[in-house]
Every structure is written in C-alpha cells, then in structure tokens.
Ligand binder design. Structure first.
Ligand code: CTP
Length: 420
C-alpha cells in the first residue's frame, strides 16, 4: 500500500489533503518539504501519531506563516528556534528548518545552523526516527530513508546514527529505553555497547535536572510506565535525577495502579492530574525537603507542581488521621481537605485494606454530602460570624452523613433558625 493510502486509512482524507496542500505551497515557494520524525516512524508501524513535524530545506518561519494564511489556521512563531506551529482543527503541525547541530559541550543544547535534508536526518537520535516523507508534488509521499530506518523498524532495532550520539545528547539514553520498551524493540549490539559505555562514564551527569525530569515525565505518559521506570532504575538512569534513587532498584508495583486509580477518581474529581499522581508517588520515596527542592527544579507545569506539593506535604498526616478515624464524620473530616492527587497517593502508598475501604467510602459516599445551607445563610439569619458558624455547619454535616436525605428545612431546624 502506498504511504498516501496509509495516511488516508490511518488518519483521514482530510490529513492527506492538508499535507498535499502544504507540499504544494512549499513548491510554490521553491522549497522542498518533508514530514519527519515520529509521525513517519509511526505511519510505517501503522499507528496514528498526531504530532506532525514538517521540515523544509530553507527558512521555516515565512513558510509556516504562508501555510497558516492559505489554510486559514493560526500560526505561532518561535523565532529563537526558527520553528513555528500552526493550529488546524485538533491538529498542531510543527515547522522547522533543516538544520545541522554541533554539540560544543556534551549534555548541553547544540548550536544549530541551517542545512539540508541529509544533515537534518543525520543529527537525529535513532535510525527509526531519521525517516522523512517527501510531501512536495515532484516526489509525492515518497519515503526518504538514508540510514536504514525502515529495515530497522521491520527488524525491531534501535540504532544510533553515530558513535557520539549518546554523549552529545544523553537524553537519548532515556529515549532508547523508551522506544525499546514502547515497541518491544531491542538495542542493536553496537548501540548497546555505546549505551553501556555512556552509562559507565556517567554521561547523564552532564544533563540538567529539567531535561531528565522531562524524560521521566514522558515515561509517565507511556502505556506501561512501570515497565519503563524499572528499566530507568535498573540501568542506573534514574539516579541522575536524584542520587537517593540509587539504592532503589526494586520495582514498585504501585506505579502500575496509578492509571486505574486516577480513572476511578476522575468521575468524582474531573480535575485530577494523572501525571501529578505519578510524580507524587515517585517523589514520596525521598525525604520531603529533598523532594520539594527537586520538584521545584524540575520545570514541570505549575498545575502539576501545585498538586504534587500538596500531596507530598499532607499525605502522611492525613493517613495517620484516617487510621484513627472510625465514624463517618471522622473519615469525612480526615479526608475533606485532601486534593484528589493526595487521595490517590494515600491509596497507593498504603497496603492496608481498612484504609482502602475508608477511602472508597469517602469517595463513593461521603464526599458528595454537603449541607444545602451555607455560612452566608446563617449570617443573614442573624447568627454572629465566628466559630459558631463552623460548629453549626459541622453539626449539619454530621447529621447529613448519617442521613443524606435531610431536607433544607430540616437543616435550618438543626441550625435553630426554622423561620428563614
Ligand atoms: N530527536 C532527536 N534527539 C532527541 C529528541 C528528538 O533526534 N533527543 C528527533 C527525533 O528524530 C524525533 C524527533 O526529533 O523523532 C521528534 O522528537 P520527539 O517529539 O521527542 O519524539 P518522537 O519521535 O515524536 O517521540 P514520541 O512518539 O514519544 O512523541
């Protein structure tokens, strides 16, 4: 089957038309354009990948602006990196200029200069990611395979393009394990040798915490994060994130429960952030102050940092309260201020069935019980603002936990203001 037919089959006629149009616009500008990277790799594997990278031999910025205008799509330019994104329905298409990279110092970001297709493919991590698909009308949907990527895909092999690859960019050590784990591929023997050698000379120590955290974050987005995380542990890659992970070589099976747990909590807490649960679980094995510093330096999105901070700082205290809680009110009070990520973390850290039952009871039954009258109602009814308002509301909640069908009128009676 031709690659154009594959795009139509795996994605849609629409995407095929869009890529054809982009190819035509490139030709009108005298440029050659290619789809590159993960999109092409996954197309050959017959998997849908909606991260589409287009590379042009020339300046990508004016080209992307033009594509944006002609396709009536928003275009965002990132001048510093000479890249641009256009937003088309649910798709984001990234544009970059073909470039050559020179690594002045291992582990640092490279210096880049405009170049051609070959240099751009050669600067990439693995042969399977160094495939290009021409989209210009003179070579429509033709595969460009300069380094044997297609055959490596068929054989299930992860292979670097040159000897210095892991040293130039040690994030590729994490990436090699990630792609091998995701596709059930193996490292080719020379790549494995270079991998071991890079670990032996501590190549990842040249990476910033942010770059390592970004790799771990991608691990948490994989289908089977536990399997990959174990490989990071056993290969020694995790300890470059924090030295205290060094001794932790045993798999922690709780990681395989995060997704199911988050999905379950989502029905009651739609805002729960799955990645924040993964991060909380990983960082919970470090002393709190170390975990917090590491988290603050990891460059994760603010929303994730907030939830992880909350979970790490509160889960142990809440767990102690919950162990002592016996009545519905005590369970409710122990958990009422916990964010959903904290609930998930307590559940995952704890191996005690009784605690599990209490969390289930809270989530399934107690959490949604709220008085229908508010503090404002009480103040309007003439009750002095102050601790008594909280006491009255607590009394109503206590009653409601036992008898959820309590009406507003009955709540008002309990508050001692029957005539509001
Ligand atoms: N790339 C590279 N070296 C890196 C990171 C990226 O050579 N350290 C190249 C690869 O060609 C890769 C492309 O940039 O295919 C896009 O990078 P990224 O989006 O991170 O990877 P994908 O291959 O798309 O992986 P995924 O499927 O996980 O999104």
């Amino acid at each position: 089957m031709s690659l154009a037919s594959k795009i139509k089959e795996i994605f849609s006629q629409n995407l095929l038309d869009t890529l054809t149009k982009i190819g035509q616009i490139a030709e009108n500008h005298g440029l050659k354009a290619y789809a590159v990277g993960g999109f092409v790799r996954d197309l050959l594997l017959e998997k849908a990948n909606f991260d589409i990278d287009i590379m042009v031999e020339g300046d990508a910025i004016p080209f992307a602006e033009n594509v944006g205008q002609e396709l009536n799509a928003d275009c965002k330019l990132i001048e510093r990196f000479h890249t641009a994104h256009i937003f088309l329905d649910k798709l984001t298409i990234d544009f970059s200029s073909a470039r050559k990279e020179v690594y002045r110092r291992p582990g640092e970001l490279p210096e880049i200069s405009f170049s051609n297709l070959r240099d751009d493919l050669y600067r990439r991590d693995f042969t399977i990611n160094a495939l290009a698909l021409s989209i210009t009308p003179n070579q429509p949907f033709e595969l460009i395979d300069l380094f044997g990527g297609e055959s490596d895909l068929r054989k299930g092999i992860i292979k670097v393009l040159h000897t210095n690859s892991f040293l130039d960019d040690p994030t590729r050590l994490y990436r090699a394990l990630r792609f091998a784990d995701r596709f059930k591929f193996v490292l080719d023997s020379n790549t494995e040798y270079l991998f071991d050698k890079a670990i032996k000379i501590s190549a990842p120590s040249t990476l910033s915490i942010k770059r390592i955290a970004a790799e771990i974050d991608k691990c948490f987005k994989e289908k089977y994060p536990l399997s990959l995380l174990n490989k990071y542990r056993s290969s020694g890659l995790l300890e470059y994130y924090h030295k205290l992970f060094k001794g932790q070589t045993r798999p922690d099976f709780s990681f395989s429960m995060v997704r199911a747990m988050t999905t379950r909590l989502k029905s009651k807490f739609p805002g729960i952030i799955e990645n924040a649960v993964f991060w909380s679980l990983l960082l919970s094995t470090l002393p709190l102050s170390e975990a917090q510093t590491l988290l603050n330096n990891s460059g994760l999105p603010h929303s994730v940092v907030l939830q992880v901070t909350s979970a790490l700082s509160s889960w142990q205290v809440i767990l102690t309260k919950l162990s002592l809680a016996e009545t519905k009110l005590e369970i409710y009070n122990a958990l009422k201020d916990a964010c959903p990520e904290t609930l998930a973390l307590i559940y995952l850290k704890n191996k005690n069935k009784e605690i599990e039952n209490k969390i289930n009871q809270y989530v399934n039954q107690l959490y949604s019980i709220k008085p229908s009258i508010t503090g404002k109602d009480l103040v309007e009814a003439g009750i002095e603002p102050g601790p008594q308002i909280r006491q009255i509301l607590e009394k109503i909640i206590e009653k409601k936990l036992e008898c959820p069908e309590l009406t507003r009128k009955e709540e008002l009676n309990l508050a001692g203001i029957p005539n509001i």
